[in-house]
Write a protein that binds this ligand. Structure first.
Ligand SMILES: Cc1cc2nc3c(=O)[nH]c(=O)nc-3n(C[C@H](O)[C@H](O)[C@H](O)COP(=O)(O)OP(=O)(O)OC[C@H]3O[C@@H](n4cnc5c(N)ncnc54)[C@H](O)[C@@H]3O)c2cc1C
Length: 363
């Protein structure tokens, strides 16, 4: 069997989502000599990120002050907000809760935004490796995190080695930053190992299903944002929809269901399908075609479920730490900001040790 290759960096970042890329960019902005590598399991950066998100641009303004002159490919200023309580055949428009006012925010494709951030990180000297999943955490003699192991290539379903089997590389670093997103494969092993959640509530999760639609010309009002609660979820089930009007006759439409639902026959996908047949939504979507779709977990526990975000040799950032702001239904700005804070902390202190309350104080 061939020998396992080892690569060494000062910092390795797992995940090229908004949090990981913001951490990488900030590290290089502050300390160009720091060697930084980002591992991404998607075949390209952005491939595993769901599109169509409303983002609060404040952290982008701080990270890349000129970004508005060179915006991501899909970036529509938010114009109007509506909030509805739905019934099966109608509904009532309610006052928009303050957290859901989107004035000053932008509707973007988050996948395209990550693909837009990646070359900016590379231009600063960050090495990004898409197509490689970090499959194991590497620990040192004192039990500290010392990097990650990339999964082997050429392994058959039954675990046997196929022709061309190659051992995954070990990536060793002084600091490993985990930006794996909600319920990350490695993060969920680290939390119990370092008892990071000893003083927090258990994390809770929702599932969000999202579709990008191309509609007949003239139906879309770019920048318009609609959130709903009520039907088709029953009163015991946490759930709601979002509808974001993009440019070029496109909308992003989706439905979130809390995964603590009591009815074992409930299907989150079925709820989404029912929602799309509500008279308000059907009239909008009729005659359109689906361009892309996906589903992903959302860490929904909020502040009470925030774990400790540091451990010897490593830090958690973004959704992996559970930093999504639940009342705002937004996590991207927190992901970007937490990546930046992790980088600033490392450059200044050269230790991962942070106070959880520093992360909890994120806007
Ligand atoms: C349906 C839905 C709608 C949403 N709408 C909004 C919205 O409107 N506004 C908003 O601000 N936020 C929204 N969010 C939340 C937002 O998407 C997240 O807060 C944000 O993407 C978190 O960024 P992140 O970098 O922490 O994680 P992610 O964006 O999840 O990125 C993690 C990356 O790490 C990679 N990865 C994971 N594990 C590994 C591994 N072991 N090895 C290598 N790579 C790995 C993944 O492939 C992925 O690219 C929504 C989420 C969902 C699910």
């Amino acid at each position: 069997m061939s020998e396992r290759d080892v690569m060494e960096y000062e910092v390795v970042i797992v995940g090229a989502g908004p949090s990981g890329l913001a951490a990488a960019i900030r590290l290089k902005q502050l300390s160009p000599e720091t060697t930084v590598c980002v591992i991404e399991k998607g075949s390209t950066v952005g491939a595993h990120i769901l599109s169509g998100a409303v983002i609060d641009p404040a952290p982008l303004d701080a990270l890349l002050p000129g970004w508005r002159d060179n915006p991501p490919p899909i970036c529509v200023p938010a114009t109007t907000d509506e909030f509805w309580w739905l019934t099966k055949t109608g509904g009532r428009k309610l006052p928009t809760p303050p957290q859901l006012h989107n004035h000053g925010n932008f509707i973007v494709s988050l996948g395209a935004t990550c693909a837009w951030l990646a070359p900016q990180a590379e231009a600063l000297g960050v090495e990004i490796y898409p197509g490689f999943a970090a499959s194991e955490v590497l620990f040192g003699d004192q039990g500290e995190v010392v990097g990650v192991r990339i999964g082997d290539m050429g392994v058959a379903k039954d675990g046997s080695f196929k022709d061309g089997h190659t051992l995954g590389i070990d990536i060793r670093a002084k600091l490993t930053i985990f930006g794996e997103g909600a319920r990350g494969h490695l993060t969920k092993q680290l939390v119990p190992r370092f008892k990071l959640d000893a003083n927090s509530d258990p994390q809770t999760y929702s599932i969000g299903i999202k579709e990008l639609w191309q509609l007949p010309p003239g139906r879309v009002t770019p920048g318009h944002i609609v959130h709903t609660c009520g039907w088709p979820a029953d009163n015991a089930t946490y759930g709601g929809s979002f509808l974001y009007h993009l440019d070029k006759d496109r909308v992003a439409v989706g439905y979130v269901t809390g995964l603590d639902y009591q009815d074992t026959r409930l299907s989150p996908y079925e709820l989404f399908q029912q929602y799309k047949h509500h008279p308000h939504v059907k009239a909008l979507l009729e005659g359109g075609t689906i361009l892309s779709y996906g589903a992903r977990a959302i860490a929904a526990g909020g502040y009470q479920s925030l774990p400790k975000c540091d451990m010897p040799g490593a830090m958690l950032i973004g959704d992996g730490a559970g930093l999504l702001n639940v009342p705002k239904i937004k996590g991207t700005h927190q992901a970007l900001r937490s990546g930046m804070i992790a980088a600033e902390h490392w450059v200044e202190k050269k230790t991962p040790k942070v106070l959880t309350r520093d992360c909890a104080a994120l806007p």
